[in-house]
Design a protein around this ligand. Structure first.
Ligand SMILES: Cc1ncc(COP(=O)(O)O)c(C=O)c1O
Length: 366
């Protein structure tokens, strides 16, 4: 018998795969229900912009061709939108791919990555799959990033520090002052990847203006995505902005046709449809206010969020998660380290109401 575990080696066989949110169709099939709602993966509840659907539909007949390897038109469009030179941008199949590219490009043998916990588990999974590891530094009270501890944790062999801002799964953010202080402290050859997947939803006035900081800190790379406010999670497209030399190195590792053409076309149309993005942000802001109010009335402690989801303390997270599932509502339970919590993505007003109704029923507060 061939022993694939042995062939893959300990680093791979001990990996715990990323657990995605349960798909709606799967839950509906299991429960035999029709109207299940998914508030589990921080997706855009407004669906896909009509302009995106139109642009993609029109382009489908050209899909016998390879995509533009350099995402030429999208690059131009995004460069104008962000006011960043085109050669400082790289695209990936979701920002997930950028995480992988960065680790494969820059983390050499004996080096590792650093982040704070709880945060996006993918940093650790990809690091381990690449033969390295992620050192996790605990957060402070109410999941605030502990920059003193992060500073202490930086070693010569720390090649990349991943800082999600706002963070997933907590929704907590750190300020420009905190970031600048950290950037001034760390060695020039330690790369800081700011993961701004939820940046469009932020309304905190002291949130970092990261694009401005790029000029001063060549070791800074900013990562963003079309999966959230732009509503393109299924297309898989994200990007990073950084020093031209950093982007050049990442480009050497990137597969030549990594981002498919449908995704490129979808992203151009999504960038142009400002109305859709504005609406997504508005719905999120209103949903957040509604859920905060409901949680307060229910006496539930929640973590203030700058993103499109809320971490809420329900006592027994796994139990509430399981019971919500049976009611046709998919949220997220985040495992033993956050056992009192569930994470709920902010949905449409109607989805939010259904969630609250079911939650009240489960907590006997109806
Ligand atoms: C903090 C964070 N970074 C990155 C991603 C990855 O996004 P994508 O690969 O869809 O661009 C997510 C997705 O949920 C996230 O929460």
């Amino acid at each position: 018998m061939i022993d694939y575990k042995k062939l893959a080696g300990e680093k791979i066989s001990s990996l715990i795969p990323y657990q995605p949110g349960k798909p709606i169709k799967e839950l509906e099939r299991e429960l035999g229900v029709k109207e299940a709602i998914k508030l589990a993966s921080n997706e855009n509840p407004l669906g896909v912009s009509k302009k995106v659907i139109q642009a993609v539909t029109e382009a489908l007949h050209e899909m016998n061709r390879y995509p533009l390897g350099d995402a030429f038109y999208l690059r131009q469009e995004l460069s104008r939108f962000l006011d960043v030179p085109p050669h400082q941008i790289i695209f990936g199949t979701g920002s997930n791919e950028i995480i992988e590219l960065a680790i494969r490009t820059f983390v050499k043998e004996g080096e590792h990555v650093l982040s704070y916990a709880p945060s996006f588990s993918v940093y650790g999974i990809i690091a381990q799959a690449a033969g390295s590891f992620c050192k996790w530094v605990p957060t402070k009270d109410r999941f605030k990033v502990d920059f003193n501890k992060l500073k202490e944790a930086v070693e010569n062999s720390t090649r990349i520090v991943f800082l999600a801002n706002p963070n997933n799964p907590t929704g907590v953010y750190f300020s420009e002052e905190e970031l600048v202080d950290f950037l001034n402290y760390i060695p020039k050859e330690t790369i800081v990847i700011l993961d701004e997947a939820y940046v469009e939803y932020v309304d905190a006035p002291d949130f970092p203006d990261s694009l401005k900081l790029l000029k001063k800190y060549p070791n800074l790379i900013i990562m963003r995505t079309f999966s959230k406010a732009y509503g393109l999670a299924g297309f898989r497209i994200g990007y990073a902005i950084g020093h031209p030399d950093a982007i050049d190195m990442l480009n050497r590792v990137r597969q030549p046709f990594n981002v498919n053409m449908v995704a490129q076309i979808a992203a151009i149309a999504a960038l142009e449809d400002r109305e859709f993005v504005r609406n997504s942000i508005k719905i999120n802001r209103e949903g957040k206010a509604y859920l905060y109010k409901q949680f307060k009335e229910l006496g539930l402690d929640y973590i203030e969020t700058q993103a499109n989801f809320i971490l809420v303390n329900v006592g027994d997270g796994k139990d509430v998660f399981d019971r919500l599932l049976k009611e046709g509502v998919i949220v997220r339970f985040l495992g033993p380290t956050l056992k009192e919590y569930i994470r709920v993505s902010i949905g449409t007003p109607q989805e939010n109401e259904v969630f609250i109704t079911k939650l009240k029923k489960i907590l006997n507060k109806g």
